[in-house]
Design a protein around this ligand. Structure first.
Ligand SMILES: NC(=O)c1ccc[n+]([C@@H]2O[C@H](COP(=O)([O-])OP(=O)(O)OC[C@H]3O[C@@H](n4cnc5c(N)ncnc54)[C@H](OP(=O)(O)O)[C@@H]3O)[C@@H](O)[C@H]2O)c1
Length: 118
């Protein structure tokens, strides 16, 4: 019996890198979950059908926890959150989800055995 397909979380799926990575993973047999603030934009993609879409904001720990549950690998493809002074370009900075706080939420991503891309 074949092993069940692994599941990847791709953030930034409406962006330059994520919109290339997600279909590439699907072609390789991965189950792909995306966390996006704009599910409508994902639905318009011709490769979007098989995606598991979690509507949410990556700066919100609860949304991130929902997105990360049960994934084998997670790709962080948002803007940089690791500025030295903590004020790096975390998108949607007002009201401020501090980059460090968002980073901390990401690092505790439950069920994620191999966070990558950050
Ligand atoms: N592009 C390149 O050539 C390149 C090269 C090397 C490294 N990188 C790195 O790769 C990463 C992605 O770059 P990119 O060029 O693909 O970026 P991009 O095109 O600007 O896309 C950014 C993505 O982040 C999403 N996003 C932003 N804030 C979010 C939030 N709070 N919650 C959920 N999603 C959010 C955006 O979704 P919305 O639709 O919701 O706005 C969008 O999908 C960056 O870390 C960048 O430094 C990029």
């Amino acid at each position: 019996m074949p092993a069940p397909a692994r599941r990847a979380l791709v953030t930034g799926v409406t962006g330059y890198v994520g919109s290339r990575l997600a279909p590439a993973l699907l072609r390789r047999g991965w189950r792909v979950r995306v966390l996006t603030r704009h599910p409508d934009r994902v639905a318009r993609r011709d490769w979007g059908g098989p995606l598991e879409v979690v509507a949410g904001d990556a700066s919100r720990p609860d949304d991130l926890a929902r997105a990360c549950a049960g994934v084998d690998v997670a790709y962080y493809l948002l803007h940089s959150m690791d500025g030295r002074d903590g004020t790096a370009s975390w998108p949607g900075t007002s009201p401020t989800p501090s980059p460090r706080r968002a980073s901390a939420a990401w690092s505790t991503c439950p069920g994620c055995t191999r966070p990558t891309g950050r």
